[in-house]
Ligand binder design. Structure first.
Ligand SMILES: Cc1cc2nc3c(=O)[nH]c(=O)nc-3n(C[C@H](O)[C@H](O)[C@H](O)COP(=O)(O)OP(=O)(O)OC[C@H]3O[C@@H](n4cnc5c(N)ncnc54)[C@H](O)[C@@H]3O)c2cc1C
Length: 464
C-alpha cells in the first residue's frame, strides 16, 4: 500500500489529497516567504486519527507539519521538507465551557470567530483573548505561538492563559498536561512540573496538540476608548510605563502612519472597561489626569473629537488597529513582530522609519503593549503579491527589521526560518543544546515540522 492509500485508510478518501491544487494551496501562506510544496494534505477528525498518521509518518520517515489557520505570515505551517501537512480544521469542536471556573476546552480547529460567536450566544458574560488576526485563525495555534489578544495588556499573552492540553507526541503516544492529567477537570496547569512549555513556542516540532484548555475572562458591561497623541518619540517609554503602572486598562496599543497626514503622530489608544458605570468614570478621570500631569507637560495631547467611525473600530473586538492607509495593490501585508523592552521604543521607531524608506515604503506601526511592560512592536509592510520585485523588497525589509530587533536586545515573535536562525546564533549555547536535545528526545525520527528551531538548518539567505 502506498502512503496515499495508507492515509486514505486512516481519514477516508474525502479528507486526504495529493492533488496539484491542494499541494499548491498548502505550499504558501499570505506572507512574503517563498512557497515550499507539500506531498500530501490530510484532515484528521480525531485524536486517534492524528495518532495513526504520526505512527505511519514515523514508520515511513516522512515529515508532518501541523496547521491551524496557516496565517502566521512567516510560513510556520508551510512544510520545509515536503511530507504531510496535517490540517487540523476538521477537529473543530468546543468540548466544554466551565462557567464557574471560567475555562473552555477546545479542539485545534476551533477558529477565533467560532469561539467568539459561541461564547456570545451561550455564555455572553464570558470572553476569550482575541487577536487582531483574520477570524479564520485558530485559538490553539495562536496560544501555541505565544500570540496576544485584546485583553493581553491586562491578563498576559495568550500562552499564559493555557490551563492544560492533550498532545500526540511525535512517537504517537497521547499525553495529557495540567490538572486533567491527575483528575477530571482542566482548571489549572499547576502545581505540577509545567510540561506545557514543551509545546509552547516550538512551532509544532515537539507534538500535535489535539485539545487545549484556555482560560475565559469576565466580559465587562461598559467600555470606552481614549486616544492621546504626541510627536515626542522619546517620551513614549515613560508614558507607557506610567499608563501600565496604573494597572487599569483592558487594552493599550500605539499606532502611527505617515499617510494620511493626520495619522503621522504617535497615537496612544487606551481601552478602558468596567462592570459598573462609576468604575468607568473613575478610570476615565484617572487617565485624563495622568496625561494632564505627565512630565512631558503639554507634549501629549488628548484627542478630543475622535471620529465615531474610528471610535467604533477601536472598540470592536478585536480592534481594527491596523488602519494601514498604505495598503497597496495586490493586498500583501507583512510585519516583523518585535518583542522589545520599552526603553528601546524610540530607537526602534526611528530606525524602522529608515528601513521602510530605504525599501520605498511608507512607515506604518501598530504596537501592542504587553505586561512587563514590554511591547509587541510591529514593523508593518504592505506589498503587491503579484509583483515579484515588491515581494523580494518586502523580504529584505523584514530581514532588516528582524536584525534590528535582535540588535536592540529584543526577540522576533513567530519568526520565519531566517529569524529563528538569528535567534539561535545569539542564544546561550547551552540553551540551544538543551533545545536540540529535547527535540531529539521527543522526536527521534526528526519528522515534526523539520527546519524549525534547527541549528543545522540551511536555507536561502535573504539578500542584504
Ligand atoms: C492582519 C494580521 C493581524 C494579526 N494580528 C495578530 C494579533 O493581534 N495577535 C496575534 O497573536 N497574532 C496576530 N497575527 C498573526 C497570526 O495570524 C495569529 O497569531 C494566528 O492566530 C496564528 O494562528 P494560525 O491558526 O493561523 O496558526 P498556524 O499558522 O496554522 O500555526 C502556527 C504554528 O503552530 C503550529 N501548529 C498549528 N496547530 C498546531 C497544533 N494543533 N499542535 C501543534 N502545533 C500546531 C504550526 O505548525 C505553526 O508552526 C496577525 C496576522 C495577520 C495576517
Amino acid at each position: 500500500m502506498d502512503l496515499y492509500e495508507s492515509l486514505m485508510e486512516i481519514v477516508g478518501s474525502d479528507r486526504v489529497s495529493n492533488g496539484q491544487e491542494e499541494r499548491y494551496f498548502y505550499s504558501r501562506d499570505s506572507g512574503a516567504q517563498p512557497p515550499r510544496e507539500a506531498d500530501y494534505v490530510a484532515l484528521p477528525k480525531s485524536t486517534r486519527e492524528v495518532q495513526k498518521i504520526v505512527r505511519l509518518a514515523n514508520r515511513e520517515k516522512i515529515p508532518v507539519t501541523p496547521m491551524g489557520g496557516g496565517f502566521t505570515l512567516s510560513a510556520l505551517a508551510v512544510p520545509n521538507r515536503a511530507g504531510i501537512v496535517l490540517d487540523m480544521k476538521a477537529m473543530d469542536r468546543i468540548l466544554e465551557v466551565n462557567e464557574l471556573s471560567r475555562y473552555t476546552v477546545i479542539e485545534p480547529g476551533v477558529t477565533q470567530a467560532a469561539l467568539r460567536s459561541y461564547l456570545k450566544r451561550n455564555h455572553p458574560h464570558l470572553q476569550h483573548s482575541t487577536p487582531e488576526a483574520p477570524p479564520a485563525v485558530t485559538v490553539v495555534a495562536n496560544a501555541l505561538i505565544q500570540g496576544h489578544g485584546h485583553i493581553s495588556p491586562r491578563y498576559g499573552v495568550n500562552s499564559d492563559m493555557i490551563n492544560g492540553m492533550e498532545v500526540v507526541l511525535p512517537t504517537g503516544e497521547v499525553c495529557t498536561i495540567g490538572s486533567r492529567s491527575v483528575g477530571p477537570a482542566w482548571f489549572t496547569r499547576g502545581p505540577l512540573p509545567d510540561l506545557s512549555g514543551l509545546f509552547v513556542g516550538w512551532y509544532g516540532t515537539t507534538g500535535i496538540v489535539t485539545k487545549l484548555a484556555m482560560r475565559l475572562y469576565p466580559k465587562p458591561k461598559f467600555r470606552d476608548v481614549f486616544v492621546f497623541s504626541t510627536d515626542e518619540i522619546d517620551l513614549i517609554p515613560e508614558a507607557v510605563s506610567g499608563v501600565t503602572g496604573l494597572d487599569l486598562l483592558e487594552d493599550f496599543f500605539l499606532i502611527s502612519q505617515e499617510k494620511p497626514d493626520w495619522m503621522n503622530h504617535c497615537f496612544f489608544v487606551l481601552i478602558l472597561s468596567a462592570h459598573v458605570e462609576e468604575e468607568l468614570a473613575l478610570k476615565r478621570d484617572i487617565y485624563k489626569n495622568f496625561f494632564c500631569n505627565f512630565a512631558g507637560g503639554g507634549k501629549v495631547e488628548f484627542v478630543q473629537d475622535l471620529h465615531p467611525a474610528l471610535r467604533k473600530r477601536f472598540l470592536d473586538v478585536p480592534p481594527l488597529a491596523a488602519l494601514a492607509a498604505d495598503f497597496r495593490k495586490g493586498g500583501g501585508f507583512e510585519y516583523t513582530g518585535a518583542i522589545l523592552p520599552i526603553d528601546k521604543i524610540p530607537e526602534a521607531w526611528r530606525k524602522g522609519i529608515d528601513i521602510a524608506h530605504r525599501h520605498n515604503m511608507l512607515c506604518s506601526y501598530v504596537h501592542q503593549v504587553l505586561p512587563g511592560p514590554g511591547i509587541m512592536f510591529g514593523f508593518n509592510y504592505s506589498f503587491n503579491r503579484a509583483d515579484p520585485k515588491d515581494v523580494e523588497n518586502t523580504r529584505k525589509a523584514l530581514a532588516e527589521s528582524n536584525r534590528l530587533t535582535y540588535e536592540l536586545g529584543g526577540m522576533v515573535w513567530k519568526g520565519e526560518l531566517a529569524a529563528q536562525k538569528m535567534a539561535m546564533e545569539r542564544m546561550d549555547p547551552n540553551t540551544l543544546q538543551l533545545i536540540t536535545r529535547i527535540k531529539a528526545l521527543l522526536d527521534p525520527a526528526h519528522i515534526m515540522n523539520p527546519g524549525n528551531w534547527d541549528p543545522g538548518e540551511t536555507h536561502e539567505e535573504t539578500p542584504q
